[in-house]
Design a protein around this ligand. Structure first.
Ligand code: GRF
Length: 191
């Protein structure tokens, strides 16, 4: 499977995926990493794995459609099969969703549909929930609304801080995302 990874920030999940590929735990070919932010740390991380990187900003295009057309061109030119979002902070429009229907996935730090959108960990603490977790899901036009693929829960202890909870959640994410992708790609190959 030829995959492209989209991220806007730190890129710890992108790194976990690239690491899993390197360790042959995930059978995939990461073709490029894209960021909508040229200063995103994920771009540095990708270079350590010798993966091609691209970055351009939506505001340099006339509108969202033109921006996504440029992305689609990049995906098609590189014959990308699956798009993996990992901290990509934008909603996708039909220009990408239609040609890649059911081939775009995302990871979110909560048990969706609980706590969608930004700062899901803060939201869980604010709500005094006794558990939260991680969801891997297909991407649709909504905010974290696509069909759920896999979920894992984590307990929120009474003494939990945002930092401690984020650490627990991330630990799950870094194992769960490559594992889930491996499972999905195996199934897709059999079809
Ligand atoms: C992760 O928590 C992911 O679930 C969410 O954004 C965060 C990205 O973190 N969608 P990182 O950039 O992979 O470190």
């Amino acid at each position: 499977m030829r995959i492209a990874l989209f991220a806007s920030g730190t890129g710890s999940n992108v790194e976990a995926i690239l690491q899993a590929v390197q360790e042959t735990k995930l059978e995939a070919d990461p073709v490029f990493v894209f960021s909508d932010r040229s200063d995103a740390r994920v771009l540095e991380k990708a270079k350590n794995y010798e993966v091609q990187t691209y970055s351009f900003r939506p505001r340099d295009f006339d509108n969202k459609q033109r921006y996504e057309e440029a992305l689609l061109k990049l995906l098609e030119k590189n014959q990308v099969d699956w798009v993996i979002l990992a901290g990509y902070m934008r909603l996708l429009g039909p220009t990408l969703l239609e040609p890649y229907e059911n081939r775009i996935v995302n990871i979110h730090p909560s048990i969706l549909p609980a706590f969608p959108g930004i700062d899901a960990i803060g939201q869980a603490l604010e709500a005094e929930a006794d558990q939260t977790g991680v969801t891997v899901h297909y991407v649709d036009a909504g905010m974290d609304t696509g069909q759920v693929i896999r979920q894992e829960t984590v307990a929120i202890d009474a003494w939990e801080t945002k930092e401690s909870l984020a650490k627990k959640v991330q630990k799950i994410e870094h194992r769960m995302y490559p594992e889930t992708l491996q499972c999905m790609f195996k199934k897709a190959k059999k079809r």
